[in-house]
Design a protein. Structure first.
Length: 683
């Protein structure tokens, strides 16, 4: 007897009475039932605000990043149970890997982003602060803070695990409790993943709720501090975007919609080149991975007219070798569509394309015979390759998307036509350009960028490591303009910032420093009796500072540094040429100034400062000449507790130090931040 799926609302699993039957995409057998009970969305939203948000705000960015890492490990340890459920969706093992382990991998990625790029607290200073007055007493800057609301994530059927987790990870990191609503047809896999998440006990209560079935009046209960995200069809995105309450409350709405993505084979690529085969392989892969059910799949393959026949033939050969059927059968490389409704929808749209003026190059009539027991009741669809010789005259190939293993070859005569055809998609998530010629890439990519969210340039060098046309990555933006929804997801830290509120702050540097938790130039500093490098992480305070003794730069310094570094640039050694320069004299190496400053402020004896692992925002502001005297001020700017310990169990944190190097006139000659690893006191 198939189980009844349950929603996870306000810390409880809701649902006992079966409603809609969800069937296996492989053989049509019942897999699960949705539940008939209505969800109290007022209770769900209240729980997210009062319990989830409160618990999340007890943690900071670093601690939430730790939870994401722990959750990723837990899901990895229990992934096989998800693979077993995923088989019902029609996915092969490779398809499920993208969904299940790709989802866990995204959690890992955002854990690293949080650990490496976010502070210990719940405020991000988006500096630097800018002086707004002439006397230095009034400055301005920007901060990012948690929105204090709820994130509602509405997802598509094609990636039931990744679709939830790629939105959950950045919103959780930003401190927003989430309510996830998966597409009903594959919600049994999302429910299995959420059960594992709840079972782990890793997330604070209220962080994540799950809706099986309709969202009911959920959107009516949201406020301006909340966020709605959607992945799915462009039509549904358009409907949700104008929901009366979303419009009335100015609720941020992010859509990632299915689009007619393209791949362009450049005219410089001929059938005897490796790039030609790469193009064919990429198109075929995008048609067959997840049975073509990817919002990023190649729907339009734009090919030079003289190579259409060769491309079509190579694709025919490759597609004919694709074994379709039950993924549990040895040798099967493509599974079924996610549901029988999807199967009917794809068939209807292929018919529309054929009637509009395309011809079929490969399809069900070419020996389509799914492998496995009971597959006649499954939702299988043959890989279908269409061709359009006159794509400027057939609007349907740029408007109608068959969301399955379907792609259309389109002929072009010159590069301007290829660019125009790419734009006819009216906004896409991704486009691939296959070329060996750098000038072609430089011509095409900027021209098509306005209509595409991501651009993938493929040739033999990149192919060695390329993750492919259809693979959104956590560190790069996912989304696109126009038909693709006009939104952005992923993109590293950018995604986290989508769920934070940006505000400008004005005030004195000291006030800005107090608000941001970072030292701001012009704010009061504390000249500590002991060198600040002698303080452990816990004892060090923002604003602790050291003004060093002075050093006069000599010609011997330039000669010695030139000998050590090998830098004999004329500005440092040629007196005649230097006098003719804008500086009018010989000047010291910038990196000598940097090194000399370090000599002034470093405390050489062993102590809490363990390592220097980088410089940020280095600027050489004014030249330093022979006879100039320099002095440095180093100030504790920012502390980040990454909650890590060394092999001996001693904790560590990261301290950023603001460094200003000045000359004898008090003018800043160099400015930068130093990042150091600082030990905590031994327990």
């Amino acid at each position: 007897m198939p189980a009844t799926l349950q929603s996870y609302i306000a810390g409880q699993w809701v649902g006992k009475q079966g409603a809609q039957t969800l069937r296996s995409a492989i053989n049509g057998a019942p897999v699960a039932h949705t539940h008939a009970e209505a969800i109290d969305f007022e209770h769900a939203v209240h729980h997210a605000r009062k319990v989830g948000l409160t618990n999340l705000m007890k943690l900071d960015f670093q601690q939430r990043a730790e939870r994401l890492k722990a959750l990723a490990k837990y899901l990895g340890e229990h992934k096989e149970s998800l693979y077993a459920v995923s088989a019902h969706t029609g996915a092969t093992r490779a398809d499920s890997w993208v969904d299940i382990e790709g989802g866990a991998g995204t959690l890992f990625a955002y854990s690293g982003i949080g650990s490496n790029e976010l502070p210990s607290g719940n405020l991000v200073h988006e500096g630097p602060a800018l002086p707004l007055g002439k006397k230095g007493g009034f400055s301005g800057t920007h901060i990012l803070v948690p929105r204090g609301g709820v994130a509602v994530h509405i997802n598509a059927f094609n990636f039931p695990v990744w679709g939830l987790l790629e939105k959950f990870a950045p919103s959780f990191l930003a401190g927003m409790p989430c309510i996830g609503k998966p597409a009903t047809s594959t919600s049994y896999l999302t429910e299995a993943a959420v059960r594992l998440i709840v079972q782990s006990g890793i997330l604070p209560e209220g962080s994540l709720q799950l809706v099986i079935g309709s969202t009911g009046d959920l959107l009516d209960r949201l406020q301006g501090c909340d966020v709605v995200t959607f992945t799915g069809s462009a039509d549904t995105a358009a409907m949700l975007r104008v929901h009366p309450n979303v419009v009335r409350q100015s609720i941020p709405f992010n859509a990632e919609a299915d689009s007619l993505n393209c791949a362009i084979l450049a005219a410089d690529v001929t059938p005897d080149m490796e790039e030609f085969d790469l193009f064919v392989k990429e198109v075929a892969r995008e048609m067959t991975v997840k049975a073509g059910q990817k919002c990023t799949a190649i729907r339009r393959a734009i090919v030079p007219r003289q190579h259409m026949a060769a491309v079509a033939e190579k694709l025919r050969v490759r597609l004919s070798k694709t074994v379709v059927g039950d993924p549990s059968v040895e040798g099967v490389r493509m599974g079924a569509l996610a549901s029988h409704a999807q199967q009917a929808d794809v068939a209807e749209r292929v018919t529309m394309l054929l009637k509009a003026g395309t011809t079929q190059v490969f399809g069900a009539s070419d020996g389509f015979a799914p492998q496995g027991v009971g597959v006649s009741e499954g939702a299988f669809f043959a890989p279908t390759l269409l061709m359009c010789d006159k794509p400027f005259e057939v609007d349907a190939v740029h408007d109608v998307e068959a969301f399955g293993p379907v792609s259309t070859l389109m002929a072009y005569d010159d590069v301007d036509e290829a660019i125009a055809l790419a734009a006819r998609g009216k906004g896409s998530l991704v486009a691939t350009l296959v070329t060996r010629d750098v000038q072609t890439a430089a011509r095409v990519i900027p021209a098509v960028a306005a209509w595409h969210g991501r651009l993938h340039i493929l040739e033999r060098e990149a192919a060695v490591e390329s993750t492919g046309h259809g693979s959104p990555l956590p560190f790069l933006k996912h989304g696109g303009p126009g038909r693709a929804g006009g939104g952005e997801e992923l993109g590293g830290l950018r995604a986290v910032k989508h769920y934070l509120q940006r505000a400008a702050v004005q005030g004195s540097p000291s006030m800005l420093a107090a608000v941001t938790g970072e030292h701001v130039r012009g704010a009061a500093v504390r000249d500590t009796p002991a060198h600040p490098f002698r303080s452990h992480f816990e004892d060090l305070q923002i604003g602790d500072s050291l003004l060093t003794h002075r050093r006069t730069v000599t010609e011997a310094d330039l000669v010695a540094f030139g000998g050590i570094s090998g830098d004999y640039f004329y500005m440092h050694f040629d007196d005649i040429a230097a006098k003719k320069s804008a500086f009018g004299k010989r000047i010291a190496h910038g990196y000598f100034v940097l090194s000399a400053a370090a000599g002034l402020f470093v405390s050489p004896a062993p102590g809490p400062v363990l390592a220097n692992y980088g410089l940020d925002s280095l600027r050489f502001v004014k030249p330093v000449g022979i006879g100039d005297t320099i002095q440095a001020r180093i100030t504790a700017k920012r502390k980040t507790d990454r909650n890590k310990k060394d092999a001996n169990g001693v904790g560590q944190g990261v301290v950023a130090w603001d460094v200003e190097v000045t000359n004898q006139l008090g003018e800043v000659v160099a400015s930068y931040d130093i990042l150091t690893l600082v030990a905590k006191r031994a327990a």
